[in-house]
Design a protein around this ligand. Structure first.
Ligand SMILES: [Zn+2]
Length: 71
């Protein structure tokens, strides 16, 4: 999505701000044994999702980088 003055806008709605979801999420690799189904929680990536209220477009930023930007 375009970032103007530190604010994120939807690719479909250039005038619509995108809103952060309430919490960070994680993309988790399925690392380990498929036989026992255990997932290593250290194998993932913490992300900060942004959603357009109008169309539901979703975009993810890596959390530790996104925190450095203005909201
Ligand atoms: Zn949109």
């Amino acid at each position: 999505m375009p970032i103007k003055d530190g604010k994120r806008y939807c690719v479909n709605h250039p005038a619509a701000r995108m809103n952060r979801t309430g919490t960070f999420k994680a993309l988790v690799n399925i690392d380990g044994s498929s036989a026992d189904g255990k997932i290593n929680p250290n194998s993932g990536l913490v992300v900060m999702p942004f959603v357009c209220d109008e169309c539901g477009y979703l975009e993810l930023y890596v959390a530790d980088r996104a925190q450095q930007e203005t909201k």
